[in-house]
Design a protein around this ligand. Structure first.
Ligand code: PMP
Length: 430
C-alpha cells in the first residue's frame, strides 16, 4: 500500500492561515513531511482527506481502547445526547459511574469528574495541598501531567538539567513551578534524600506508576512500595497519574496490576474510549474536602455525555471478568516479540518493552531501559524515519516510540503491521 496526499496538502495551506501551527490537534503539527487530515475513524482504522486508510496505533494518543467509533459507546452517546447535553445539576448516571469506579479501582472511595487529564492533575494537587496544609509537590523527570502552568515541567529535560524545576513554555511564570521538586524516577535513594531534606514541606508525590511519557518503563521491584512507605512516614500523599495506564492495562489501572494503592489517582483517556471525561478519586477523607474548602469547579464536570460514554466503555471493559485485557495484552506481546524477531533478522538493534496494551520501541542495543536518563540518551532520529516509513505503508504511529493497541486490532492487523515493520526497518537501515 502506498499513501498519496493532494487535497490534504491544499487543506494544510488553508489551515496555516487560520490555525497556528497549521493544525488544531493537541500537539503541534506532526513532525512528518506531509500533514494529515482525517475524516473518519472506525475500529482500528483511520481514513484521511485523500481517501487513504491507516492501521492506527496512535489511538488518539491513548484514549481509544475498544476501537474507534465503538458501536455500544456511540449508541450510549446518541441516547444521552437526545436527553440533553447538560443539566447544570445532579443526575443518575454520574452516581452509577462513581459506583463502578469505586468497585474497580483500589484507591477510589469517592470520585469527582473533569473533562481532561490536565484538569484532574490540577485538582489532585490542590486537594493534596488542601488536605496536608503543605505546598511542595515532588515530581519526576520524564513524567507528564498536563500542559497547565503548574504542571508543565521536566517533561523531556536534557539529561544534564534533569532535576531542574524550570518552566517549559514561554508565557509560563517561573513562580508557577517554584513549589515543585524534581526527582529521578525509579531511584529510591534520591527520593529518600529529598524527604530527609524537605519531608515536612511535601504535600504529595505525583507520578505515573508506569512511566509512559518517556518510554514505557515499569517500576523496579519494590520501588512503588518504598515510595508508599516514605509518603506514609512523612505525612505526604501519594498520587498516581493513571491518565494513560488507567483502564488501559487493567480495569483497576496500574495500582491493581502492581499492588500498590495511592491516596489519590487521576484518570482520563481510556475511561470513555476517546470521549473527553476525566476523574479524580481516592481516600474518602481527602476527597470529602472537594467543595468543602477546596474549590473544584467546572461547567462541564460530570456532563451526561461524558458519563454515558464512560459507563458504556466500562461495561465493555468489565465484560467476562475483563477478558479484553488478556486479548489486548496478547496483541501487544505479539508485537513485542514480532518486532524483536524482524529486527534481529535484519540486524537492526531494537528494544521493545512494555506490558502489552501500551509498549515502546527504541533503536538501541540496550537490553532494557529503566530510567528517564537511559531513555533520553537514545537518539530519536531513527525512530522518526521509521515512523514516516510506516506511515507511507498505511500504519500510523506516534512519532516518539510509544504504541497503543485496542481490542479492535486483529491478528491479521498484527501480521500486516509486522510486514510494514520489516520494510520500514529496511528504510531505516538504508
Ligand atoms: N497525565 C498523563 C500521564 C498524560 O499522558 C496526559 C496526556 N498525555 C495528561 C496527564 C494530560 O491529559 P490531557 O491531555 O487530557 O489534559
Amino acid at each position: 500500500m502506498s499513501v498519496t496526499l493532494s487535497r490534504g496538502r491544499v487543506l494544510y495551506e488553508r489551515a496555516q492561515r487560520v490555525l497556528p501551527g497549521g493544525a488544531s490537534s493537541n500537539v503541534k503539527l506532526e513532525e512528518r513531511p506531509q500533514p494529515l487530515y482525517f475524516v473518519r475513524a472506525e475500529a482500528a482504522r483511520l481514513y484521511d482527506y485523500d481517501g487513504n486508510e491507516y492501521i492506527d496505533y496512535t489511538c488518539g494518543y491513548g484514549p481509544v481502547i475498544l476501537g474507534h467509533a465503538f458501536p455500544p459507546v456511540v449508541q450510549a452517546l446518541q441516547r444521552a445526547a437526545a436527553g440533553g447535553f447538560i443539566f447544570g445539576g445532579q443526575h443518575e448516571a454520574e452516581v452509577l459511574l462513581a459506583e463502578r469506579l469505586v468497585e474497580y479501582v483500589p484507591c477510589i472511595e469517592m470520585v469527582r469528574y473533569n473533562c481532561t487529564g490536565s484538569e484532574a492533575a490540577a485538582a489532585a494537587c490542590r486537594l493534596a495541598r488542601g488536605y496536608t496544609g503543605r505546598t511542595r509537590i515532588v515530581r519526576f523527570a520524564g513524567h507528564y501531567h498536563g500542559w497547565l502552568d503548574e504542571q508543565l515541567v521536566a517533561t523531556h529535560p536534557s539529561p544534564d538539567r534533569e532535576l531542574e524545576a524550570a518552566p517549559e513554555s514561554r508565557g509560563q511564570p517561573a513562580s508557577s513551578v517554584e513549589h515543585l521538586i524534581i526527582a529521578p524516577w525509579n531511584e529510591i535513594d534520591a527520593l529518600e534524600r529529598i524527604f530527609v531534606q524537605a519531608g515536612d514541606e511535601i504535600a504529595a508525590v505525583l507520578m505515573e506508576p508506569i512511566m509512559c511519557n518517556s518510554g514505557v518503563i515499569m517500576p523496579g521491584p519494590g520501588y512503588l512500595e518504598r515510595v508508599r512507605a516514605l509518603c506514609d512516614r512523612h505525612g505526604a500523599l501519594l498520587i498516581f497519574d493513571e491518565v494513560i495506564t488507567g483502564f488501559r492495562i487493567a480495569l483497576g489501572g496500574a495500582q491493581a496490576l502492581l499492588g500498590v494503592t495511592p491516596d489519590l489517582a487521576i484518570f482520563g483517556k481510556a475511561l470513555a474510549n476517546g470521549f473527553p471525561i476525566s476523574a479524580i478519586g481516592g481516600r474518602r477523607d481527602v476527597m470529602a474536602l472537594a467543595t468543602a474548602g477546596v474549590v473544584h469547579a467546572g461547567t462541564f464536570n460530570g456532563n451526561p455525555l461524558g458519563v454515558a460514554a464512560a459507563l458504556a466503555t466500562l461495561e465493555e471493559l468489565a465484560r467476562d471478568g475483563g477478558i479484553v485485557y488478556a486479548r489486548m495484552t496478547d496483541t501487544g506481546q505479539r508485537f513485542i516479540h514480532g518486532i524483536r524477531e524482524v529486527a534481529q533478522a535484519r540486524g537492526v538493534p531494537v528494544l521493545v518493552q512494555g506490558p502489552g496494551p501500551v509498549f515502546y520501541m527504541w533503536f538501541t542495543d540496550a537490553a532494557a531501559i529503566r530510567t528517564y536518563r537511559a531513555s533520553a540518551a537514545v537518539s530519536r532520529a531513527p525512530y522518526e524515519r521509521f515512523a514516516v516509513a510506516m506511515l507511507d505503508q498505511g500504519v500510523r504511529l506516534i512519532p516518539g516510540g510509544r504504541w497503543y493497541v485496542t481490542a479492535s486490532h486483529t491478528p491479521a492487523d498484527v501480521d500486516r503491521t509486522l510486514e510494514a515493520v520489516e520494510k520500514a526497518l529496511h528504510a531505516v537501515a538504508a
